[in-house]
Design a binder for this molecule. Sequence first.
Ligand code: 13P
Ligand code: SF4
Length: 365
Amino acid sequence: MSFLETLQKNAMIPEKYKQMTREELENRVMEVKKQLGSRLFIPGHHYQKDEVIQFADATGDSLKLAQLSAENTEAEFIVFCGVHFMAETADILTNDNQKVFLPDMRAGCSMADMADIEQTERAWEKLQALFDDTILPLTYVNSTAAIKSFVGAHGGATVTSSNAETMVKWALGMKERILFLPDQHLGRNTAADLGIGLDEMAIWNPITNELEYDGEVSNIRVILWKGHCSVHENFTVQNVADTRVQYPDMKIIVHPECRREVVELADMAGSTSYIINAIEQAEQGSSWAIGTEMNLVNRIINEHPDKQIISLNPHMCPCLTMNRIDLPHLVWSLDTLEDTNNIIKVDPEISENAKLALDRMLKNS
Ligand code: 13P
Ligand code: SF4
């Protein structure tokens, strides 16, 4: 079935699921979970809605969810509450007897869509001509399986926001320079934290198929793919300045998918798990402005009534694709585990090299 057909099929969630009450939907999830026991595993990313995350068997950031997928050899059905690239990663890391489902196939990631395999192959050809065999590719896990496969085939690895520093160091120990896909901000923030100058970083523009850099190209150590997260780009230097004026004692903590200027001005930066842990360990009465996705920020606010917590951007909204996974889709998915509906199956040829890239990361994390 083509991707388009899959989408069309998934657009047709039977009407009955939309008519069910919240109580009926919740009861149905509990019923299926009870029936299937350890045959079913529901991982949930921290950005998922409360109505869904309450049923997750495990929650985590991208690294933890990848590690759990690699460890879980028991569950026959993995219903992934997250976005498409996360479910693909789970499929790559689990065995052939395990089936991975994404409750709504429209739950993509706009950042992952900013690097396609044709663009990457074209870029690589040009970069090889410029730099010979001195580049190692690294890709943020927020990328398609095809990009992971490309990276794996060229000796590189995946990274997540919680191990990016380790992986960039690892890569620069192997080759003189790296190509970092597809998030320029995570790449720039990580390299800068490792002491690499902004003047040693170039941008690869996949639309013009050109390197954007003023200077002597032999000085380049990091080539940043020109992609970004449309959610985290909404945190601005102005938001930081306003917060500092309005709440002078407030600590600002952001995700490294935010722009460099924002991360530099913040007090702390790290993955979703890092943010959760930092607030958990913070003193009672302390105050925080958080720069990340809104479902998570609201959950942290509700879980810490003893602290003053706000979103760094007061007009922030949730990640729209993460939000596509809701209770009706979860129940529909659980009701159709024996169908091919909502199944994520990565082509074995792509999966083999993508697994190499993921395994290199898991070994180093
Ligand atoms: P982490 O949970 O790994 O920090 O990832 C954030 C993210 O944007 C996932 O899409
Ligand atoms: Fe993609 Fe950004 Fe949404 Fe994460 S928050 S899934 S990177 S669009």
